[in-house]
Design a protein around this ligand. Structure first.
Ligand SMILES: [Zn+2]
Length: 464
């Protein structure tokens, strides 16, 4: 009886068995390459891994680098300069993929691939007097292409790289596409040359660093909706993207990356220690002082101004928030208008509240407190109670409509206060002692700032 052929289905519809005549491994329906990687506790672990390694070498020697969907153990073809097409689409590579200095004459396809690290990997570290001393180590799960040449595209869309993505000095003559990929450590493209596009749209970059300052990219460099765990990495990547896009005259995309660069810079101002830690350092420094020690020498662990620094940095971080969310760093005119609409509604509601019931400032605050407290506790039933309360406890159709009308007219007056701030401020000066007058003043001042910001944003966006 002849063994049956591997049933693994390739993306183009063919099967591994029909294309490569690969026979199944053992009782599986897949060949040795497509059979799952065994668990370490599996008694056949060593056999299967050994056969997988041998099969990869055998295929490579025949010049066949099509490993679509294969599940393999650590591939290393560093320095190999006659790889025609490299295909690891949807493959799983345990322990990393190394192609340092290799030349790939076609494309390097890693779409949907998983490059995984292995923890607790045991290797023979030392053989001494026939005694083997094993060492427990880690195989990093990097995608390593130091100085490699890829004459086609480098495609890593939807791939997961548990280690580093190392492309320093690599030459990619097509596109480098990492859309939707997840890279769990640093990304390095120092001195790399990418002839066409480099895209990381929707990618997740969890490492500390994104090195790309000395990268040459001739096409676009995009990070639309990419998520960065580290803000320094986001700043570096988005700055480079902005510069590349500005050079190409792609303003909208350049603005998007400028916004994300600024966002990253703001978020880095948030103190990286907790308030408790700041107090602890300050306390320790104080303690040290009283004992006559040099507090400044403890490499930042004790710091007499820790609390002050913490508060200042946090204040800066918060103070810049409106510049991001309201003003949109002057590149989002629509954002300014949205904020304006929101202000109209907020001030409309405030004017309404101050009109609907004859409040003093104190009752206004206590009612506001009561209502938000009740809302937090039981929002569903309290929706109607709030309506009752706002209609002075008597929900008649007349009272409701009257207050509704008042709300609309107050929306109108808050719009006016924001739209024509100077005259509304002048008017409010006659009634500054009332709550209404104070509110008008605040609305007026916001209005004064809104319009120049809107016009500046428009000018920045369309005036170049
Ligand atoms: Zn197969």
């Amino acid at each position: 009886m002849t063994a049956s052929l591997c049933e693994y289905k390739f993306i183009n519809g063919g099967t591994c068995g029909k294309t490569f005549k690969e026979k199944v491994y053992g009782t599986s329906t897949y060949c040795i390459l497509h059979v799952e990687l065994p668990d370490r506790s599996d008694p056949k672990y060593n056999d299967i891994i050994y056969e997988k390694i041998a099969k990869v070498q055998e295929k490579a020697q025949k010049g066949n680098f099509n490993f679509e969907g294969a599940k393999v153990f650590e591939v290393n073809f560093s320095g190999k300069d006659d790889i025609k097409d490299l295909n690891f689409t949807n493959a799983t590579i345990q322990g990393g993929a190394r192609f340092d200095g290799a030349t790939i004459q076609g494309s390097a396809l890693f779409d949907g691939a998983k490059i995984q690290k292995i923890q607790g990997f045991i290797e023979i570290a030392w053989v001494f007097n026939r005694i083997i001393i094993p060492r427990v180590g880690e195989k990093p799960g990097d995608a390593s292409f130091y100085g490699a040449t890829i004459q086609g595209n480098a495609l890593f869309e939807g791939a997961t790289i548990q280690g580093f993505a190392l492309f320093d000095g690599a030459k990619i003559q097509g596109n480098a596409l990492f859309d939707g990929a997840e890279i769990q450590r640093d990304v390095c493209f120092d001195g790399a040359k990418i002839q066409r596009e480099a895209w990381f749209n929707g990618a997740k970059i969890l490492g500390e660093i994104f090195q790309c300052q000395s990268t040459e990219i001739n096409g676009t460099f995009l990070f639309k909706d990419a998520k960065f765990k580290n803000m320094k990495a986001q700043e570096e990547a988005c700055r480079k993207a902005k510069q590349t896009l500005e050079h190409l005259g792609r303003r909208d995309e350049a603005d998007y990356h400028f916004y994300r660069e600024m966002e990253a810079m703001r978020k880095q101002k948030k103190p990286d220690i907790s308030f408790r830690e700041a107090v602890r350092r300050w306390w320790r420094a104080k303690d040290g002082d009283s004992k006559g020690e040099d507090a400044g020498d403890n490499s930042g662990v004790s710091d007499s101004s820790a609390v002050k620094k913490y508060v200042l940095r946090y204040a800066e971080y918060l103070a810049e928030a409106p510049i991001q969310y309201v003003i949109g760093y002057w590149v989002k005119p629509l954002r300014v208008l949205e904020a304006f609409a929101l202000f109209v509604v907020i001030f409309g509601a405030l004017f309404w509240l101050t009109d609907a019931v004859q409040f003093t400032f104190e009752t206004f605050l206590s009612n506001l407190w009561r209502i938000s407290f009740l809302w937090l506790r039981d929002p569903a039933t309290l929706f109607w109670r709030t309506i009752f309360w706002l209609t002075s406890g008597q929900l008649t159709a007349d009272a409701f409509l009257c207050n509704l009308g008042l709300f609309w007219s107050n929306l109108g007056s808050s719009f006016l206060a924001l739209f024509d701030p100077i005259s509304s401020i002048r008017e409010a000066q006659t009634q500054t002692n009332t709550l209404r007058g104070r509110l008008t003043l605040i609305a007026g001042f916001i209005g004064i700032f809104t319009w120049p910001v809107f016009i500046a944003s428009l000018a920045k966006k369309y005036g170049r």
